[in-house]
Design a protein around this ligand. Structure first.
Ligand code: NDP
Ligand code: 8X3
Length: 254
């Protein structure tokens, strides 16, 4: 296994959920993290918890390409020796059917889950290659594999992430950069609270009377994939809660 004390991990979306859990996991193993996200108060609290020597924070919105370019260019040593990129920031908004969904919601998902993710990867890859290699981990979803009612654009953004992750591997031949797409199913984070725009009642429904996965479960799978020996590339990890399964085909009948 690789020595985790040498990991320097750039994380988008470290203010909550998987990103925050991954930051804690890597620092617990002796690594360093660059924690990013829009909510600066949460980033400051995370840095206070993990320690200034282990956690560097950069408030940013992944949709803002110019801000992303400036942020990546300004990362100080020793945090600039990034060898893992966790392109995790993302969201679902709404669960309306395609003819009723809010186009602004669709745009925000495309801008965040697709544009923000490709900015992150593209901006950090050259430095990682120049330093001898590393690992790109993307956050896809079971939704990128299995469609469900009301999930149209969200699911399609995650299908993009899945294929982008697979495709860039071809470009990275000989560069010692690994690529893994993590595809979780039902996991209790702030994901639903965001999807239902702060409606706590609706947000609780997906997790009620069942056992969902936790952010720590997903962080562990990310940590595992990046800790494997350098000659092993995990293309994708798809995880579901044991309580979750794929439904039947939906046949409309008169
Ligand atoms: P959370 O809502 O708990 O965390 C999402 C993170 O993304 C937050 O830190 C948020 O930070 C950040 N983020 C969102 N928009 C932006 C933006 N424009 N710029 C910068 N950061 C942003 O959700 P999860 O941890 O569950 O989700 C993480 C990823 O995992 C997402 O890509 C999601 O689609 C995916 N996923 C989630 C599943 C689940 O069931 N929970 C299952 C499968 C995939 P801030 O708001 O501070 O900017
Ligand atoms: C998050 C899981 O099933 O809500 O990607 O799309 S799901």
């Amino acid at each position: 296994l690789l020595d985790p004390s040498r990991f320097v991990v750039f994380i988008t979306g470290a203010t909550s959920g998987f990103g925050a859990a991954a930051a804690r996991r890597y620092v617990a193993a002796g690594g360093k993290v660059i924690a990013t996200g829009r909510r600066e108060d949460r980033l400051i609290a995370l840095r206070d918890e993990l320690g200034h020597d282990n956690c560097h924070i950069v408030p940013l919105d992944v949709r803002d390409r110019a801000a992303m370019e400036a942020a990546v260019a300004a990362i100080p040593a020793p945090f600039d020796a990034i060898n893992i990129v966790l392109a995790n920031a993302g969201l679902a908004l709404g669960l309306q059917s395609a003819a009723e969904a809010d186009l602004d919601d669709w745009q925000t998902m495309i801008d965040t889950n697709i544009s923000g993710l490709v900015y992150t990867v593209r901006l950090l890859l050259p430095g990682m290659i120049a330093r001898g290699g590393g690992h790109v981990v993307t956050l896809g979803s079971v939704a990128g594999e299995f469609a469900y009612p009301g999930g149209s654009v969200y699911a399609a953004t995650k299908a993009f992430v899945k294929h982008f992750a697979l495709a860039i591997r071809s470009d990275l031949q000989g560069k010692n950069v690994r690529v893994t797409d993590i595809q979780p199913g039902l996991t209790e984070t702030e994901f639903s609270l965001v999807r239902f725009k702060g409606d706590e009642g609706k947000a609780a429904q997906p997790y009620s009377d069942t056992k969902a996965m936790s952010a720590e479960d997903i962080a562990e799978s990310i940590f595992w994939a990046t800790s494997l020996p350098e000659h092993v590339n995990v293309n994708k990890i798809q995880l579901m809660a044991t309580t979750q399964a794929i439904g039947p085909f939906d046949i409309y009948r008169e």
